[in-house]
Design a protein around this ligand. Structure first.
Ligand code: ATP
Ligand code: MG
Length: 258
């Protein structure tokens, strides 16, 4: 549970395009790290490289190392499917299987892993839905389709699905961007709960959200269009939002650009 991530000299390319240059950072166990920065600076690209999700994009290529508790997830003997089991991901738009029941949505990953026992699947579904703070809202309609939930409920359903396979790390790419303010606060509360158990990295365009939920914040920026995105600085969230080391960070968080 809750492992440390060390990213070393990460360079990411899409074909010949150098999207992200020389990113190194550390994420401590049981903490929340926020990635902020203007559109196109490579936040999602770096996030996807943390669980090898970029490998579903044929042109994408990663150089450098991502260590999970000292072991390189890009190591020759490492299975990417296993990596994604250890490092789960929640996407920007809730993407439950719409016609599948709420319960089956939660345990879909476990079923793929070959878990068949009805009792075990029911237990994991309940535990995960409780963990995602959705249980009370859906416990009487577990056999109804996941597509029938509200947007905020669907996003929590996707979080339940992600935690059902007991990952160590949860990656979230703008998980609240499709949600109303109340659902957003529900997810933020949930993130604060989840960090007791998981290591969390979240991409957000919402500065208040980064300030509210994260322990450390990484600011990424682009020098110019066509140039690779860079990590400008990473520090305790309080420091980034009160007294950042770099002028471009200050300009960004105070809304002078981006
Ligand atoms: N599949 C892809 N193929 C080619 N180029 C890509 C691909 N995905 C991203 N890029 C490019 O890589 C750069 C970084 O994109 P990325 O999506 O990581 O930015 P981002 O910081 O997440 O932006 P946003 O805030 O808009 O989500 C951009 O120039 C983008 O156009
Ligand atoms: Mg993005």
């Amino acid at each position: 549970m809750a492992k440390r991530i060390d990213v070393k000299d990460l360079n990411i390319y899409y074909g010949k395009f150098h999207a992200v240059s020389d990113v190194s950072l550390t994420v401590l166990p049981r903490s929340v790290t926020a990635f902020i920065g203007p559109s196109g600076c490579g936040k999602s690209t770096v996030l996807r490289a943390l669980n090898r999700m970029h490998e579903v994009t044929p042109s994408a290529r990663v150089e450098g190392a991502v260590l999970l508790d000292g072991e390189d997830i890009y190591g020759a003997t490492i299975d990417p499917v296993g990596v994604r089991r250890t490092i789960g991901m929640v996407f920007q738009r809730p993407n439950p299987f719409p016609t599948m029941s709420i319960r089956d949505n939660v345990v879909a990953g476990l079923k793929l892993q070959g878990v068949r026992g009805k009792k075990e699947l029911e237990e994991v579904a309940e535990r995960s839905l409780r963990g995602a703070n959705l249980w009370n809202e859906v416990k009487d309609r577990l056999d109804k389709p996941g597509g029938g939930l509200s947007g905020g409920q669907q996003q929590r359903l996707c979080i339940a699905r992600a935690i059902a396979i007991s990952p160590d790390v949860l990656l979230m790419d703008e998980p609240c961007s499709a949600l109303d303010p109340i659902s957003t606060l529900a997810i933020e509360d949930l993130i604060s709960e989840l960090k007791k158990e998981f290591t969390i990295v979240i991409v957000t365009h919402n500065m208040q959200q980064a300030a509210r939920v994260s322990d450390q914040t990484a600011f990424f920026n682009l020098e110019a269009q066509g140039k690779p995105g860079k990590l400008i600085e990473i520090d305790e969230t309080e420091k980034i939002f009160s007294n950042p080391s770099q002028k471009s960070t200050e300009d960004y968080i105070s809304g002078r650009f981006g």
